[in-house]
Design a protein around this ligand. Structure first.
Ligand code: FAD
Length: 449
């Protein structure tokens, strides 16, 4: 029977089109081969990735390529870098760009074949936060927003409040709804322009260790398995981070510290194109909230998040109920379904260990009140790069040396996040319709002072 090497498969469906007995099936990213396969071999040359072979795939390695022998696109991969960044989300790409700009030799790894896709985000960011990193560009901005409305739902009745915008732009709700599919890629391209080597479809599958500290990364993917040494590894691998776990940093989230979210990108909806709408509804979104973020041209991200341990109903079902109950949405169509988890936690006890540190969602640096993590991740990426450059210059990448990153985080943005974590605890799900919480929420989303 024909077998598929999933590390190589790019789920394009080309092989399915030539199978004369219908033995191949592609569902999203999962290619399966049934027992109907007659081993005619027609599918083998139809695969542009060389992912199919006759007979069983050799365990643990690429079907056609022996470990370590695959040519990668671009300049040859080196055996050693100053910094390897695992994950090309906003945190990882900013870290890679900043480290490369400081003269370090950087490798940025991304396990997906397309950076930024699939999107797992409502894509909102304040103007102030964005401008610290990159000037706005129409290529990756879907909508500019100038107001926010907060609707509180008590006993099924909706009451909407539009906070008066704060006078100074620094605190105003003026912000953007991004097109992250493009935004994330542009950040990775900036890292490449700064000198970082970027590699897609290449997961880190483990860490190398030397003298008790992290000393590099084992990679897999279409180019074969391979070990690459690094003076420092940055774990920027998002909510699903394994780097922290591999490095011995305890990043496991207690159930109440995870928000689970479902979101529709909808087309054909009738909404204010310059207003972000939030709904605080303890019955439908306990411990979380519902959002409608305009995306221009009658499109919107419509999502719902809950504290994961307090409702048996999945957010997807609750979101369907919300859409059905609002005619201006129910008239539209869902063109994309997005799901995700967001850490709303205190950072782990340690963000660094010898030769390794964590940034972004991997470091649980998300705002516990809103679940927003793009700006925090980029800020952490920048801080981490500066700390690493200093550590490498000093020839000491021990935890003691890298800890200045952790301390800078804790004394700045981390302190605000810890405060928001405590506020979240002070307002349990059934108190989220209190006026005091509404005001607090308005301040946190930048809509009030
Ligand atoms: P990510 O963006 O998750 O990037 C991590 C990258 O690492 C991914 O590309 C992943 O493929 C890669 N990776 C993982 N493991 C490996 C591996 N082993 N090897 C190689 N690569 C790997 N935040 C906001 O600020 N505003 C919002 O409106 C907002 N809305 C959200 C809505 C939803 C539904 C969700 C789920 C989240 C939302 N967030 C929002 C949170 C925001 O998306 C994250 O905080 C942000 O993406 C974190 O950036 P990051 O770079 O740390 O991680």
């Amino acid at each position: 029977m024909v077998s598929v090497d999933h590390a190589r498969c790019a789920y394009c469906g080309s092989c399915v089109s030539v199978c004369p007995v219908g033995a191949l099936d592609l569902r999203e990213t999962q290619l399966s081969i049934s027992a109907d396969c007659i081993e005619c071999g027609l599918c083998l040359p139809a695969c542009p990735m060389g992912a199919l072979r006759s007979g069983p795939a050799p365990a643990g390695q690429s079907a056609r390529m022996p470990a370590g022998e695959g040519a990668t696109p671009g300049p040859p991969l080196k055996d050693r870098y100053d910094v390897i960044v695992v994950g090309a989300g906003p945190a990882g790409s900013v870290a890679a760009a900043e480290a490369a700009a400081q003269g370090l030799d950087v490798l940025l790894l991304e396990k997906r074949q397309e950076i930024g896709a699939p999107v797992r985000c409502a894509e909102g960011i304040t103007r102030r936060a964005l401008l610290e990193f990159i000037p706005p560009d129409a290529a990756w901005i879907s909508a500019e927003v100038d107001t926010a409305s907060i609707t509180v739902v008590r006993d099924g009745r909706e009451q909407t409040w539009v906070p008066e915008a704060p006078p100074d732009a620094a605190h105003s709700s003026v912000g953007y709804v991004l097109e992250r599919r493009v935004f994330d890629r542009v950040l990775a391209e900036r890292a490449a322009r700064a000198g970082a080597r970027v590699l897609v479809k290449t997961p880190a599958v483990g860490l190398l260790r030397e003298d008790g500290r992290v000393a590099g990364v084992r990679i897999a993917g279409p180019w074969g398995a391979r070990d690459i040494a690094a003076r420092v590894v940055i774990g920027a691998d998002g909510v699903e981070s394994r780097v922290g776990f591999w490095a011995g940093l305890d990043t496991t989230l207690p159930a109440p510290d995870l928000m689970t979210w479902a979101q529709f990108l909808m087309g054909g909806v009738d909404i204010d194109p310059h207003c972000t709408c939030y709904y605080l509804d303890p019955a439908l979104a306990p411990g979380g909230y519902i959002w409608i973020f305009p995306k221009g041209e009658g499109r919107a991200n419509v999502g719902l998040g809950v504290q994961s341990d307090i409702t048996p109903q999945p957010p997807l079902e609750l979101l369907v109920r919300f859409v059905e109950a609002h005619r201006f949405l129910a008239r539209g169509s869902v063109v994309t379904l997005i799901a995700g988890g967001v850490p709303v936690a205190l950072p782990p006890a340690a963000l660094t260990t010898g030769g390794c540190l964590l940034v972004g969602d991997a470091a649980r640096q998300v705002d516990p009140l809103t679940g927003g993590g793009i700006a925090n991740g980029m800020a952490a990426g920048r801080m981490a790069a500066t700390a690493i450059a200093a550590a490498i210059r000093a020839g000491d990448v021990s935890r003691a040396s890298l800890r200045c990153y952790e301390q800078e985080w804790a004394a700045g943005i981390g302190r605000d996040m810890a405060r928001n974590y405590r506020l979240r605890a002070r307002f349990p799900p059934d108190r989220r319709t209190d006026e005091r919480f509404m005001h607090l929420f308005a301040i946190t989303i930048g809509a009030s002072k």
